[in-house]
Design a protein around this ligand. Structure first.
Ligand code: NAP
Length: 300
């Protein structure tokens, strides 16, 4: 039987509706308007389209939104000074610096200069540590989006075998950190496989997975015979495998052999349309959490 598709856009719309209600309540009850600044250096078309989408969503949710465009030749010093300004701006609760930055700027230096309580991408080492300890306000957007998809489509991961393929700092490792939390929506038994795992062992681990999260960046890597019957498969991969002759647009594939795996899994995310649409929504959720943190409505 074919798996149920987990449609990221539908889940994202549901979360945004919940957030809108929360924002309205924060304004009415606490006179608190979440504030987000997105900082764009240069005019890279992909980056422009990402920040535009982030700004559009934050406006729709009723945030105080600032789009700060900086020239491609801005100095590192000037960018750090700008961050200092937003770190000290009481109306701004979330700061997002769109990556990649030009080569003359040290990205880590910039990201680490963001006040961790305003670091809504959750890339700052303080937030990475907080997440591992289990004492955090927000999570990196992509793995947090995967968790939402798992919980809302498949159900409680507690006690389930969760295997994560890939150990990058932005997806694989935080996914592991999220799923091992002793919290609702997590509490799974987690295994992480990567290029250091012999292939036969990796397949063995994948076959045990009730929940399989794949973030390897290798198109159609995970095969149907690696997947347990009835598993929930979350495909994070976004790989360009060609260009459509008809539209001239990139043809995308995930890290999972979708057509074959969907016959084995009980739930599966398509690519595109699965994990992708969740990322901006989770950024919005983080901004609301950052505003509540700043106002003392939540504590970490
Ligand atoms: P990454 O930084 O390249 O990391 C890939 C990870 O997978 C590494 O840990 C690597 O292992 C592991 N890996 C690579 N080949 C493997 C193999 N053959 N077997 C087992 N493990 C393997 O990539 P990423 O940033 O995590 O992204 C992964 C994929 O997700 C990419 O396709 C990316 O485009 C996509 N992505 C999508 C979203 C979204 O919003 N939908 C967001 C972020 C990323 P080593 O550590 O040993 O090198």
């Amino acid at each position: 039987m074919a798996a149920t598709l987990i449609k990221g856009a539908e889940v994202a719309a549901q979360i945004r509706a919940e957030l809108k209600q929360e924002v309205d309540e924060l304004k009415a009850k606490h006179n608190l308007t979440p504030g987000l600044v997105t900082i764009l250096v240069g005019e890279d078309p992909a980056s422009v389209s990402y920040v535009t989408a982030k700004q559009k969503t934050s406006h729709e949710l009723g945030f105080y939104s600032v789009q700060d465009n900086q020239p491609p030749d801005i100095t590192e010093e000037a960018l750090l000074k700008l961050l200092d300004k937003y770190n000290n701006d009481p109306k701004i609760h979330g700061i997002l610096v769109q990556l990649p930055l030009p080569k003359h700027i040290d990205s880590n230096k910039v990201l680490y200069a963001i006040n961790p309580d305003k670091d809504v991408d959750a890339f700052h080492p303080v937030n990475v540590g907080r997440i591992l300890i289990g004492n955090y306000a927000f999570l990196p957007c992509t793995p947090a989006g995967c968790q939402e998809l798992i919980v809302r489509a498949y159900g409680d991961p507690k006690g389930k075998e969760c295997v994560v393929v890939g150990r990058s700092n932005i997806v694989g490792k935080p996914m592991v950190a999220i799923m091992i939390q002793k919290r609702q929506g997590a509490n799974a038994t987690v295994t992480c496989v990567h290029t250091g795992t012999p292939k036969d062992k990796m397949i063995e681990h994948c076959r045990r997975a009730d929940i399989l999260v794949v973030a390897a960046g290798v198109p159609k890597y995970v095969q149907a015979d690696w997947v347990k019957e009835g598993a929930c498969v979350i495909d994070v991969g976004v790989n360009r495998i060609g260009v459509s002759e008809k539209t001239g647009k990139a043809i995308l594939a995930g890290d999972v052999d979708f057509d074959a795996v969907k016959e084995k899994a009980s739930f599966i995310t398509p690519v595109p349309g699965g994990v992708g649409p969740m990322t901006i929504t989770m950024l919005m959720k983080n901004t609301v959490m950052a505003a509540k943190l700043n106002a003392g409505l939540i504590k970490i």
